[in-house]
Design a protein around this ligand. Structure first.
Ligand code: NAG
Ligand code: NAG
Ligand code: NAG
Ligand code: NAG
Ligand code: NAG
Length: 376
């Protein structure tokens, strides 16, 4: 039951309609889909594990970043699903564009000027994902912004609102626009048991910055989110690098992931009280999982094998390692559906294990059951 679910986003798509576009400062247009129907409880931390709907244990999950950017149907597997909570543009998209390139949530076109698209090619898509996830008992991780230019990008989409002084993370214009968007999403979905966690950014980086920059930003924003919604978990979304002060080094010598080159220190950030769990986008090496002095759960949030047609060769031993590790959960990059309203080349990649492939039985269904079978 936990590993199989089908979401139907079965709507005809109307043209972008200006009457559905509102400033982030204006009252929201409510969701046309019911949000917050009581079904299950809010996911929470229980020691170094998660409790989901009354069950404490280990969980499998996946990434389906494109889910909100489809306009037809979609399917998703596993318990914890990470879906981009952003779709940032500087001008409206072409209403005739194919799926994944048409839906947008936020338009930023001037200093402090940001607008939400509440229409059928806007936040209605994410509304439906949340609504349908509630019915299916799925839990969603929703990042607010992307480090990378895809579907926004913190430096690209936010450029009209920022001077990047001294850094994007400390820029007053950015903070105002970003927090307004955070407030829109959090207040819109905070009643929903389908939210697993609010995530500050997909892979935040701050080149040549001291680790204190991202840590201070993460502490401030996560505390702000808790003030709006004390009941849901909050996560950072980082790749899990270690800084020199963490006291860890690569036995083989110099290694990018141990030098906090991009201002990210997993250990420092995990100590932030308003961040509920840690994530990393790496393959466990050198016992990284044991380095969790903060006594919080940790999710291996992105991992995958780029070997098209033979993901099993690399992934099978990884999955074995994950099952034997203390990781509370993991979210593979990525499973892919075979029949949705977008071209599979646009949402799939060399990492994608399609549900219709023979690999899915082992890498998908069996693995999710193995995680559940570990118990609490
Ligand atoms: C920004 O977009 C909004 C919403 O579409 C629009 O009302 C406004 O005129 C735009 N401003 C500029 C400077 O283009
Ligand atoms: C509640 O969630 C479960 C999955 O946990 C699902 O099977 C059930 O249909 C949902 N009930 C409603 C009323 O949505
Ligand atoms: C997958 O990789 C394994 C190990 O390298 C190899 O034995 C097998 O033939 C490969 N299968 C395919 C379909 O490429
Ligand atoms: C599975 O779906 C993908 C994506 O649509 C497609 O390319 C592939 O041919 C399908 N494979 C099978 C075995 O049906
Ligand atoms: C693909 O999805 C469409 C729309 O939901 C449906 O009509 C069609 O039967 C599906 N095709 C397959 C092969 O499942």
């Amino acid at each position: 039951m936990l590993v199989s679910a089908l979401l139907f986003l079965g709507l005809g798509l109307a043209r972008a309609d200006d009457s559905f576009v509102r400033s982030t400062q204006d009252p929201q247009i409510p969701s046309v889909y019911a949000i917050g129907a009581p079904n299950g409880s809010f996911a929470k931390v229980n020691g170094r594990l998660f409790e989901i709907d009354g069950r404490t244990g280990y969980f499998a999950g996946t990434n389906a970043w494109w889910l909100g950017h489809l306009t037809r149907n979609e399917d998703a597997k596993y318990k914890i699903v990470r879906v981009w909570g952003f779709g940032d543009v500087n001008k409206p998209t072409n209403p005739d564009a194919a799926d994944l390139y048409r839906v947008w949530y936020q338009l930023i076109n001037g200093t402090g000027a940001a607008f939400i698209n509440y229409g059928s090619d806007g936040l209605q898509r994410l509304d439906y994902v949340v609504h349908r996830a509630e019915q299916l008992g799925l839990k969603l991780v929703l990042p607010f912004v992307n480090e990378w230019p895809d579907w926004g990008g913190r430096e690209v989409a936010y450029a009209p609102a920022c001077s990047f002084e001294p850094t994007w993370y400390e820029d007053a214009g950015f903070q105002a626009v970003y927090r307004a968007y955070v407030r829109v999403l959090v207040t819109r979905y905070r009643a929903s048991p389908a939210v697993f966690s609010w995530q500050l950014c997909n892979e935040p980086r701050c080149s040549q910055c001291d680790v204190s920059v991202i840590a201070a930003w993460a502490a401030g924003v996560s505390a702000y989110i808790k003030s709006l919604d004390p009941l849901h978990m909050v996560s950072l979304g980082d790749e899990g690098w270690f800084g020199p002060t963490a006291g860890y080094s690569d036995p083989s010598g110099s290694n990018y992931a141990y030098e906090a080159n991009d201002g990210v220190d997993f250990v420092t950030n995990l100590k932030i009280p308003t961040l509920d769990y840690g994530v990393f986008h790496l393959i466990p090496a050198g016992g990284a999982i044991r380095m969790n002095g903060a006594n919080k759960p940790v999710i291996l949030e992105e991992y995958g094998s780029p070997e098209r047609g033979n993901h099993t060769r690399v992934l099978a031993p990884w999955l074995d390692t994950i099952v034997k590790s203390g990781l509370a959960a993991e979210q593979v990059w990525q499973f892919g559906p075979a029949n949705v309203s977008a071209n599979s080349a646009d949402f799939g990649d060399e990492f994608t294990v399609y549900y219709n492939s023979s690999e899915f039985a082992l890498l998908g269904a069996k693995h999710a059951q193995d995680m559940l079978d570990k118990g609490g």
